[in-house]
Design a protein around this ligand. Structure first.
Ligand code: IMP
Ligand code: MG
Length: 183
């Protein structure tokens, strides 16, 4: 285990098993459809690469890069698009691939933004979501793990751009990430 990690929340094996399950559901759902996976950078790149290799369909990839204003660990819902899609999505089946949904503000912004381009369908696959934290109701068609409302790193998720390459997700030691004052 990495020296900065206090505890592992979900192991690498558990993540891979869940991805196999999600990929099966996606393969069933989009059979005979033309599927475009849209990854939300940077966090989703690890998940998307594992997920895509288990989807048994001729999929295509695109990416968006966004940054949400806020503190180091909480998004504000004000999203800045750093990189837009390369392809048109009108009349295409789009699956938005996200690492984690916390307040849900980032993904709701992206849904509205992409919906305006009239895709044939638009759904969400998110590996993690923090239950009870969503500021807006969200319909996540392919959900992975529900996790407690704590800040986690690993498997694409960062703290100050570090720890994305850990194969599991875990909680940081408080010397690295001081627990926020409950005010
Ligand atoms: P939301 O807009 O509050 O749903 O936040 C979503 C984005 O915040 C995710 O795409 C992540 O980049 C980031 N995020 C939320 N929770 C965590 C966490 O526990 N660890 C690392 N990044 C997180
Ligand atoms: Mg992210």
């Amino acid at each position: 285990m990495h020296k900065d990690i206090e505890k592992i929340l979900i192991t690498a094996d558990e993540i891979q098993d869940k991805i196999t399950e999600l990929a099966k559901q996606i393969t069933e759902e989009y059979r005979d459809k033309d599927l475009l996976l849209v990854g939300v950078l940077k966090g989703a790149f690890v998940f998307m690469s594992d997920l895509a290799r288990q989807i048994d369909l001729p999929i295509e990839f695109d990416f968006m890069a966004v940054s949400s204003y806020g503190t180091a660990t909480k998004s504000s819902g004000v999203v800045r698009i750093l990189k837009d899609l390369d392809y048109e999505i009108t009349d295409r089946h789009v699956l938005l691939v996200e690492d984690i949904i916390d307040s849900g503000l980032t993904i709701s912004y992206l849904l509205r933004y992409l919906e305006a381009r009239r895709p044939a369908s638009l759904e969400i696959c998110s590996l993690f979501w923090k239950k009870g934290e969503q500021a807006v109701p969200l319909d996540v068609k392919f959900p992975g793990f529900e996790i407690p409302p704590v800040f986690v790193v690993g498997y694409g998720l960062d703290y100050a751009e570090k720890y994305r390459n850990l194969p599991y997700i875990g909680v940081l030691k408080s010397v690295v990430y001081p627990t926020p004052n409950p005010l």
